[in-house]
Design a binder for this molecule. Structure first.
Ligand code: ZN
Length: 699
């Protein structure tokens, strides 16, 4: 092996929009990037791996408004939830930041000023759709209409999901506001543009995206197509401003104008890295340089993992912005496809996705998913499918049946018969298992290349072929038979030692995918942490600790629980249901069991509805004043479609009294009344039998 110089990486995943929890697509991207990052660290390269919440824009502003909170509070709530997913799936980000941060405001403003100084910013009046009911200019996504290119109905204002055309919302045929349903009116306002069509940008981008190995071939083709299309489809300049009201970063010297969220979102990569450096965490990770020194160092490689839906932004605007603001440009943009579940595209409303949080909450092992996704991922822009039966078969047969099995078959004999001592690797011995180590090392370069090239499925296949070869050799030697014959003690020792050595090599090969199992195996094997690729060649004798169970099989009941749940239940939906009645969601059969102690945390009481009234501006809500025995409470309930205020006053129901109060636009909601039914007219409020009185505990 020739030793090559240490490489220095700055790696990001796409910034998730901070209006909701992670979905399985986010987790897939993070796992893909994390495996690659862990591999780079294992082979001795230095990686700084960061991400951030994408916090700005109209959707967050409007969602916060609907919930009666500030946008800052909304994104802070989302951010507070991120850790349990990232830790749960073992994503090894060095830093997680937010685009709503001083670092991002500073960098966005600086980059804008540099682009302006380079003559690439200009102002132009734009006639744009304005919602006369909501009194605001409509962001592209709040306008729908017919695609001017392929005439598909109900397409968003910026791009067609059917034919992928990119256009202005005013090009749509028969537009309507999705906020109010009103027909939008045209109104003119000054907008700021980034001149992407400037010959300097075009020349730079041509060179950038055609650099060998920069982009996957399919991605480079797509970008080239956008760049070179002529005529009325020529490369458009980029509208980078939005008018107030907007949640974003103000444009300097332009009152009432904000940077469009897509300008400051990618700059958030740099903002997160800056905060990571400025906070001293990079130094703790052995990085002596400052943020500016690091990013201006020519050897640093900047790499972005993204999904195929945001190629345009990352292969045209982003590199051009960086280039003409005199900054490092991305070395690679690695694009992946989408994840489908049992062949169906993910849809929150239909509930066919997998809730990552539920996956963790029902006790499924994150490494099952990491392994399964790795086995399916490759370097192409292809969609991959999560199939529950395939998932269970693959995890159980590969990880348990092939990999862990090698250790569990041999470790007991080593511990009980040979005081934990291993014989050294020796390919000249006559046992069938002796030659395996040589084979494993022959595959090293190939496996390493597959990891490097993000051909994770191929890497997994190579590794599992090695596991198959070892299991076949074990079956020939039958250590469980050898153990019955005292005369075969040496042979037993040789075979079992080979098994443990093989398990060590497989563990090292799989460590980027299975970090936790690798860590536990390292304890058994006495391997020094953190694991390094070079340990593959350490070989030699040693002793092992008593074997402990490393990995469980997938239980079909868990998969049932994962899917029977119906609609992914995440934090925002759970809180939403505190005030809105159950909508058309399927019954939540198959929830994980809870202990009586869990139920005891729930303060259910009989409540008397003293007063019920309609809420102005909320056609689904009724404001209820409840007597709960020792106090009065106000609860906003989404039951107006099924009850009039008159039907409710004076009756008894059941209230969840210790639900965390929730601030809404209309006031504070201090509990939740219980109802059944799919929604609409079919909402059925619970009531106790006669004799119950307000304040009685339900148990
Ligand atoms: Zn179209």
């Amino acid at each position: 092996m020739t030793s090559s110089a240490t490489r220095h990486f700055f790696v990001t995943t796409a910034l998730p929009y901070a209006n909701g929890p992670f979905h399985i697509g986010h987790i897939m991207e993070y796992i893909q990037a994390d495996i690659w990052v862990r591999f780079q660290r294992m082979v001795g390269n230095k990686v700084h791996f960061v991400c951030a919440d994408d916090a700005h824009g109209a959707p967050i502003m409007l969602k916060a408004e609907a919930e009666g909170v500030t946008p800052e509070a909304l994104v802070a709530g989302i951010a507070a939830d991120r850790g349990k997913y990232l830790e749960g799936f073992q994503i090894s980000f060095d830093y997680w930041h937010s685009t709503h941060s001083p670092e991002n405001a500073e960098l966005s403003t600086a980059i804008y000023r540099e682009l302006k100084a380079a003559g690439l910013i200009y102002v132009k009046p734009v006639e744009q759709f304005y919602d006369p009911v909501k009194q605001m200019f409509l962001a592209d996504r709040y306008i729908k209409g017919e695609c001017p290119n392929c005439h598909s109905k109900d397409q968003y204002g910026d791009a067609c999901e059917v034919c992928s055309s990119v256009y202005a919302p005013t090009d749509l045929i028969d537009p309507y506001s999705t906020l109010s349903g009103a027909v939008p009116v045209r109104k003119t306002s000054d907008h700021y543009f980034f001149k992407l069509s400037d010959p300097r940008c075009v020349e730079f981008l041509n060179g950038w995206l055609n650099a060998p190995g920069r982009l996957q071939p399919a991605v480079a083709n797509k970008a080239r197509e956008w760049l070179t299309t002529q005529g009325d489809q020529a490369l458009s300049d980029w509208d980078i401003s939005r008018d107030a009201p907007y949640f974003g970063i103000p444009i300097p010297d332009a009152p009432g104008k904000y940077f469009y969220v897509w300008l400051d979102a990618p700059i958030g990569y740099l903002a997160s890295l800056k905060k990571y450096f400025d906070s001293g965490k990079a130094r703790e990770n052995g990085e002596p340089r400052t943020f500016d020194q690091f990013l201006s160092a020519p050897e640093v490689e900047q790499i972005h993992f993204i999904g195929k839906d945001i190629i345009y932004f990352h292969t045209l605007f982003w590199p051009a912005m960086l280039k003409f603001a005199s900054r490092k440009v991305p070395d690679h943009v690695y694009v992946h496809g989408f994840i489908t579940v049992s062949g169906a595209k993910m849809s929150k409303s239909r509930g066919t996705g997998i809730s990552p949080l539920r996956y963790l909450e029902i006790g499924m092992n994150s490494e099952w998913l990491r392994y399964y996704l790795a086995a399916k991922l490759n370097a192409n822009v292809e969609d991959i499918d999560f199939n529950p039966d395939d998932f269970m078969a693959r995890v159980n047969s590969d990880l348990i049946g092939k990999y862990v099995n090698i250790a569990s078959r041999a470790a007991g004999f080593i511990t009980k018969r040979f005081e934990g001592k291993l014989l050294p690797v020796d390919g000249t011995r006559s046992v069938a298992t002796a030659k395996w180590n040589e084979l494993a090392l022959q595959r090293e370069t190939q496996i390493r290349e597959y990891y490097e090239e993000r051909e994770l499925g191929k890497a997994v296949r190579e590794i599992m072929e090695l596991a198959d070869a070892m299991n076949a050799a074990i079956d020939r030697e039958k250590p469980w038979e050898l153990a019955k014959d005292p005369a075969q003690a040496t042979r037993l020792h040789e075979v079992c030692s080979d098994c443990i050595h093989a398990f060590r090599q497989l563990t090292l090969y799989l460590a980027p995918i299975l970090p936790r199992t690798a860590e536990r195996a390292a304890v058994l094997l006495g391997l020094e942490m953190p694991l390094r690729w070079s340990q593959l060649r350490d070989g030699g004798a040693g002793t092992i600790k008593p074997y402990e169970h490393l990995l469980q099989r997938v239980d079909p009941k868990q998969l049932e629980a994962l899917f029977d749940f119906g609609v992914p239940k995440d934090k925002t939906e759970a809180t939403a249901s505190a005030t809105a009645a159950p909508t058309g969601k399927s019954p939540e059969a198959g929830l994980a069991e809870i202990a009586i102690e869990d139920f005891a945390k729930i303060d259910l009481r009989v409540a008397k509805i003293l007063q019920a009234e309609a809420v102005e501006g909320a056609d689904k809500l009724l404001k209820l004043t409840l007597d709960i025995g020792d106090a009065q409470r106000t609860v906003f309930a989404g039951i107006r479609s099924a009850y009039t205020p008159e039907q409710l006053a004076g009756r008894l129901t059941v209230v969840l009294a210790n639900l965390k109060p929730r601030k809404m636009r209309f006031g504070l909601s201090e509990g939740m009344v219980l109802a059944a039914g799919p929604g609409g007219k079919e909402i059925f409020l619970l009531s106790p039998d006669s004799g119950a009185t307000a304040g009685m505990k339900v148990k």
